[in-house]
Design a protein around this ligand. Structure first.
Ligand SMILES: Cc1ncc(COP(=O)(O)O)c(C=O)c1O
Length: 388
């Protein structure tokens, strides 16, 4: 069964159904006119507690890690690189930048590397918000950059996702003002796994980038069937002030090895590197591993294919049990629970299944990462037992 979008799920799942569907538009409208900016992270980001020892898990489905990686070629490259570990990795960094630049159709000066894209998200936040200002993003969104911005006393102007879990681009445009230093877009979005139409997003980014830096986090882009057509990197090529960020943690299965990159205008990157160093956080093993993985397109294709298969399996299994998962384009899936979050999490862990629970609009939601098919069968089996 293919994943179907139920446009009413978001409202329904947000607890609005209880108040009667006829009330929903009014409530949504009210929400939109309420103050939607914050000086601290929102409650949904609060983690429910899980046991400190994760080594006993039969299926670790809690951090959107790729169960198939790193690829065999990558592992060999990393092992061979260890012998060169007495040297700084500047030349390897330059080589990796050139490879990425060629792939993205830009010059190496358009590329900044980091030990994971988190490094780039946080450095960008530090440099952008050192003098305050505000950040505009969807809500819920991936919080890394926003949290750091808030630590620098920025304001977060959060704009709820639309009823089909896309970015509310008109709402985000309306939220921008003369204090907006950065617009953060995550496409596909974490934690919802949903996408925003690429053409509409391109028009939005193009316009927004005339007013402020636009940061497009494409950590999960490569899980789409045709990633290139949904990337915003062409706007950078066209000279727009965007940072388009990717990671080797997801499709490449290298989360623990730590490499990420951004594609942006050289002058935007110079602003960052004038304040913080870039290459010094990188290591030669990771750099050589990333180079090997970039060339291993067969591995990336398999990651995409196998993740799609597990996603379809989980979507169908969970739907058949009467749950409403959000159609996902990523390596994870989000759905509202019908029991309290903490006992659910505890019992799943008792079964050896590690997942996440988030509280969104005062309701518990489970985010489950895609493991191997065997792991997802264990997840479904345990889920049935836990929810009864
Ligand atoms: C949307 C998004 N961006 C960035 C990251 C950071 O990934 P990393 O630092 O491993 O590149 C993650 C990790 O889960 C993510 O979900």
């Amino acid at each position: 069964m293919t994943q179907k979008t139920n446009r009413r799920n978001w409202l329904k799942s947000s607890g609005l159904a209880a108040a009667g569907m006829f009330l929903a538009p009014t409530i949504v409208e009210a929400k939109k006119t309420e103050k939607t900016w914050y000086s601290e992270p929102r409650i949904w980001e609060r983690n429910f507690s899980f046991p400190p020892d994760l080594s006993k898990l039969r299926a670790r489905l809690l951090a959107n890690e790729n169960p198939y990686g790193p690829s065999a070629r990558t592992k060999v490259a990393i092992m061979e690189a260890v012998a060169g570990g007495n040297r700084y990795g500047h030349q390897d960094a330059a080589r990796l930048k050139s490879m990425i630049a060629e792939k993205e159709g830009v010059t190496p000066e358009h590329i900044l590397l980091g030990p994971g894209s988190t490094d780039i998200l946080e450095k960008t936040a530090i440099v952008s918000f050192i003098d305050g200002g505000n950040v505009v993003s969807a809500d819920p969104a991936y919080m890394s950059l926003i949290k750091t911005a808030l630590a620098f006393k920025a304001e977060w102007k959060s704009v709820p996702l639309t009823s089909d879990y896309a970015h509310d681009l008109d709402g985000m445009m309306a939220a921008m003002d003369d204090k907006t230093k950065l617009v953060y877009v995550c496409n596909p979005n974490n934690p919802t796994g949903s996408i925003t139409n690429a053409e509409k997003l391109r028009a939005f980014c193009s316009k927004a980038a005339d007013q402020s830096l636009v940061f497009v986090d494409e950590a999960y882009l490569e899980f789409l069937d045709n990633p290139a057509s949904s990337s915003m990197v062409d706007l950078v090529r066209a000279g727009k002030n965007l940072m388009v960020t990717r990671t080797f943690s997801k499709i490449h299965g290298m989360a623990g090895i730590r490499v990420g990159y951004t594609v942006a205008l050289p002058e935007t990157l110079k602003k960052i590197t004038s304040m913080v160093r870039s290459n010094m956080g990188l290591n030669v093993t990771a750099l050589k591993g990333a180079m090997a993985s970039l060339e291993d397109t067969a591995f990336q294709e398999n990651s995409r294919k196998w993740t799609k298969e597990t996603r379809e399996y989980v979507f169908e299994a969970i739907s058949n049990l009467g749950y409403d998962p959000i159609p996902s384009y990523t390596s994870f899936m989000l759905f509202p629970l019908k029991m309290e979050g903490q006992p659910y999490l505890d019992q799943m862990f008792d079964h050896g299944i590690g997942v996440r629970v988030f509280e969104i609009e005062d309701k518990p939601w489970c985010r489950v990462s895609m493991g191997t098919m065997k792991e997802m069968e264990m997840f479904v089996d345990s889920f049935k037992k836990v929810v009864g």
